[in-house]
Design a binder for this molecule. Structure first.
Ligand code: CUO
Length: 657
C-alpha cells in the first residue's frame, strides 16, 4: 500500500498522466481496465473464433434495430451516411452501459453482430466519452489495422516470413525490413513518404474519433466545426509544402464536377482477413451520380453554402437565421460543410464534404453493378493516402476562405500587444537559420494473431522523414509590467512559387508550428523555445508503440495531432528557403478559464476534447482573415517577428531503434 502511495505521489509530479491518475485515483484499477480494453480490441481484424454470446441482461430486443446494416466484409466509412444510423446506435449502446463491466460485455456481444471496423470506431469514441474510461485509450488504428497502413507487398512478405519463422522458432519475435522495400522512396522525388506515413494517416483517423461527425449533442464539443476547417487546411498546406520541396507546384483544387480527374490512384492496400482490396482509380475518370446521390444535388448544396456565406446568414431547420459573420461563424460553417450531425440544417446544406469522399471512392462502379470495392477515399484511415484528398480538401478550404473574406480585417489594436515589441527572431538548428532534415528508420511492432503474423510478433522497420531539433530565439522588449503572453509560430514555405503570390494568398499557405503561453518579463528579454516542446505534435513513440508506453502509462494525447517528425517539410538538398513568423499576444485577453479534465491534453488546435478550446482567438490568427496590407512588413505590428531559414535535406538515414 505504501509502495502504491509513493508511486502515485511520484507520478503526480509528472503532468499529463498524473492528471489522468488523479481522475481515477486507482492505478491498478486503471491498468487492469486498460488491459481489458486491449484484450477486447485485440480480437478485431484477427481470425479468431469469438463464439456466440448470449445477449441476456446485455441487449434487449429493441436494441437490435439497425444492427448489422453494414456488411461484415467491408471497411466502415464515417463519410458514408448510409451507416450513420447504425454507428450512432452502436455508440449509444456502448455509452449507456451502466458500468465498465457492462460496457465490456456490450462490446463483446456487438463484436459478433456488427461490422468490426464500425465497432472499433464506436469503441474509440465511447472510451473517450464515458466517465469510467477516462484516461484510457483504445489501441490506435495502425496497431489494429496494420493492413490499412502497409501495402500488400509488405503484408505478403510478412505472411511468408511468419509462416517460415513460426515453423523454425514459434513464439519468437521476427523483424521485417520495410524500409528497403515498399517505402523505398529514398531516391525518388515522389510523395509517398508523406502520403503513406503512418503517423499522418493515423493522426487523421484519430482526429475523426475525437471530433465525431455522428455526435448528436453540439454542447459536448467546443469549436468542432472550426477544428474541422483548420486541421484539414493544415493537412493541405503541409502536403503543398512537401510538393514544393520535391519541385512540384501546390496541388490544384478540384474545381469542376464534369471535368476529368487527372490523377489516378492505386492504394495497393488489402484488409487481409476480409480479403477486401481497396479499388484502383484509373486516371481521367469523371465523377458519376450514385443511385442515392447526384452531382446536381451536391452542386445545389454548394450553391446554398455560397449563398449563406455571401449573405452572412445560415438558415436553420427551425427557419431561424444564424449569423455567420462573427468569430463563431466558422464553427457553424464547419459543421455544415463536413457535414456533422450537429449541422444546423442538413436538408438545405447537405453533406458536401463527406459525400465526395464516397462519390470518388465509388467512381469505378458508382452503382455497385459490378460489386466492386471502394477506393481509399472511402475510409478515414486510408483517404489521406490519395492525392485527390488534397485537391478535394483545397476546394473545401475555398468555401471556408470565402467566409473568412467576409469578415473585416483585424484592426491594429486587435493585432498588437501593447508595450511588447519583438526585436529579433532567429531559428537555430545545428547552424543559425539552417535546419537539416533526413530519413529516420523506426521499428513498428505488429502484434501476433493477424492473418499475416500468425503466432509471433513482427517488428517492421519503417522509414520516415525527420528533422534535427531546433530552437526559436525570440528577443523582445516589454515596456510594461510582467505579463503572460500567448506565442504563435507559423512557417511559410518561401520558394519561388510562393514568392509570386500576394500577401493575401501567401497568408493562406501557413503551417502552424507551435502555440504556447509564457511569461513576458519587463524590459529586454529572450524566449528560448525548443521545437521538441511543440504543442501541436505527438511524439513518434506514440505512433510506433502501442497503448501502454515504456513506463507502463498510456499517452496523454489521444493519438491525435501531427507526428513530431513531420513538423517541418522535407526541404531541398540545396536548401529550401522558408519564412517563420512569430506573434506574441496578451494571454489575459484570450484565456479561457476552466478546469483541466482527464481526457486529452495536447494539440488544442487540432484535437483537444475534454474542455473548451483554451484560447479565444481564431485558429490561424492573425493570418486567418484578409488583410489590407500588401506585404508582411506592412502587416506586422511590433509584437510580431519574422525569420528566414533554410531547410536542408541531407538524404542521410538515421537508425533509431
Ligand atoms: Cu478528414 Cu475529408 O475529412 O478527410
Amino acid at each position: 500500500m505504501w509502495t502504491s502511495a509513493i508511486i502515485l505521489a511520484l507520478l503526480c509530479l509528472r503532468g499529463g498522466w498524473a492528471t489522468q491518475l488523479l481522475c481515477h485515483g486507482d492505478i491498478e484499477g486503471t491498468a487492469i481496465k486498460q488491459l481489458q480494453i486491449n484484450y477486447l480490441v485485440g480480437k478485431i481484424n484477427k481470425p479468431i473464433d469469438i463464439g456466440f454470446q448470449s445477449t441476456e441482461g446485455i441487449l434487449e430486443y429493441k436494441d437490435f434495430k439497425y444492427l448489422g446494416l453494414l456488411p461484415g466484409n467491408q471497411p466502415f466509412s464515417l463519410f458514408d451516411e448510409k451507416y450513420h444510423k447504425e454507428a450512432k446506435h452502436v455508440l449509444k449502446l456502448l455509452l449507456k452501459a451502466k458500468d465498465f463491466e457492462h460496457f465490456l460485455e456490450t462490446a463483446e456481444v456487438l463484436l459478433e453482430r456488427v461490422n468490426e471496423d464500425l465497432l472499433y470506431y464506436c469503441l474509440s469514441v465511447a472510451v473517450l466519452r464515458r466517465n469510467d474510461t477516462q484516461g484510457l485509450r483504445v489501441p490506435p488504428v495502425q496497431t489494429v489495422y496494420p493492413d490499412k497502413f502497409f501495402k500488400i507487398d509488405i503484408i505478403k512478405k510478412m505472411k511468408k516470413m511468419a509462416d517460415v519463422a513460426h515453423k523454425i522458432s514459434p513464439n519468437m519475435g521476427q523483424m521485417f525490413d520495410a524500409s528497403k522495400t515498399s517505402i523505398n522512396y529514398i531516391n525518388k522525388n515522389d510523395l509517398n513518404y508523406f502520403l503513406e506515413d503512418i503517423g499522418m494517416n493515423s493522426g487523421h483517423y484519430q482526429w475523426h474519433v475525437l471530433n465525431p461527425a455522428i455526435w448528436w449533442k453540439p454542447e459536448d464539443y467546443d469549436r468542432k466545426g472550426e477544428r474541422f476547417y483548420w486541421m484539414h487546411k493544415q493537412m493541405v498546406n503541409r502536403y503543398d509544402a512537401e510538393r514544393v520541396s520535391n519541385g512540384m507546384g501546390p496541388v490544384k483544387p478540384f474545381i469542376n464536377w464534369e471535368e476529368e480527374i487527372l490523377d489516378g490512384f492505386a492504394p495497393e492496400l488489402r484488409i487481409d482477413k476480409q480479403e477486401y482490396r481497396y479499388a484502383y482509380r484509373p486516371r481521367r475518370l469523371v465523377l458519376k451520380d450514385l443511385d442515392y446521390l447526384t452531382k446536381s444535388r451536391m452542386m445545389m448544396w454548394e450553391q446554398s453554402l455560397t449563398k449563406a456565406i455571401l449573405g452572412g446568414m445560415a438558415l436553420t431547420n427551425n427557419d431561424t437565421l444564424v449569423d455567420l459573420n462573427n468569430e463563431h461563424g466558422i464553427d457553424v460553417l464547419g459543421e455544415l460543410v463536413e457535414s456533422s450531425a450537429t449541422s444546423v440544417n442538413r436538408n438545405l446544406y447537405g453533406n458536401l464534404h463527406s459525400a465526395i469522399h464516397v462519390m470518388t471512392a465509388k467512381i469505378t462502379d458508382p452503382n455497385g453493378i459490378h460489386d466492386a470495392t471502394y477506393g481509399a477515399m472511402y475510409d478515414v484511415a486510408t483517404s489521406a493516402r490519395d492525392p485527390l484528398f488534397y485537391a478535394w480538401h483545397k476546394y473545401i478550404n475555398r468555401i471556408f476562405e470565402l467566409h473568412k473574406d467576409q469578415l473585416p480585417p483585424y484592426t491594429k489594436e486587435e493585432l498588437e500587444f501593447k508595450g511588447v515589441k519583438v526585436t529579433n527572431f532567429t531559428i537555430n538548428g545545428s547552424e543559425k537559420n539552417v535546419i537539416r532534415t533526413g530519413w529516420e528508420v523506426d521499428l513498428f511492432p505488429v502484434s501476433k494473431g493477424f492473418t499475416f503474423t500468425k503466432k509471433s510478433i513482427m517488428g517492421i522497420k519503417v522509414k520516415h522523414l525527420q528533422h534535427e531539433d531546433f530552437t526559436y530565439t525570440i528577443e523582445y522588449e516589454n515596456s510594461g509590467p510582467v505579463k503572460q503572453g500567448i506565442v504563435r509560430i507559423y512557417a511559410v514555405p518561401y520558394i519561388e512559387v510562393y514568392r509570386k503570390m500576394s500577401f493575401n494568398q501567401l497568408r493562406k499557405t501557413i503551417i502552424e508550428l507551435d502555440l504556447f503561453v509564457t511569461t513576458i518579463q519587463s524590459g529586454k528579454n529572450t524566449i528560448q523555445w525548443s521545437s521538441k516542446a511543440s504543442n501541436i505534435v505527438q511524439s513518434k513513440d506514440s505512433i510506433f508503440r502501442t497503448t501502454i508506453n515504456i513506463k507502463g502509462r498510456p499517452w496523454p494525447h489521444c493519438y491525435c495531432s501531427w507526428p513530431d517528425y513531420l513538423l517541418l517539410p522535407k526541404g531541398k538538398k540545396e536548401g529550401m528557403p522558408m519564412a517563420m513568423v512569430v506573434t506574441i499576444n496578451d494571454w489575459e485577453e484570450e484565456k479561457v478559464n476552466q478546469e483541466r479534465g482527464c481526457r486529452c491534453s495536447k494539440a488544442a488546435s487540432y484535437c483537444d476534447i475534454d474542455r473548451k478550446m483554451p484560447f479565444k482567438r481564431a485558429l490561424g490568427f492573425p493570418f486567418d482573415r484578409r488583410a489590407v496590407a500588401t506585404s508582411f512588413t506592412e502587416f506586422k505590428t511590433s509584437n510580431m517577428g519574422r525569420a528566414f531559414v533554410k531547410l536542408q535535406f541531407t538524404g542521410e538515414t538515421h537508425y533509431s531503434y
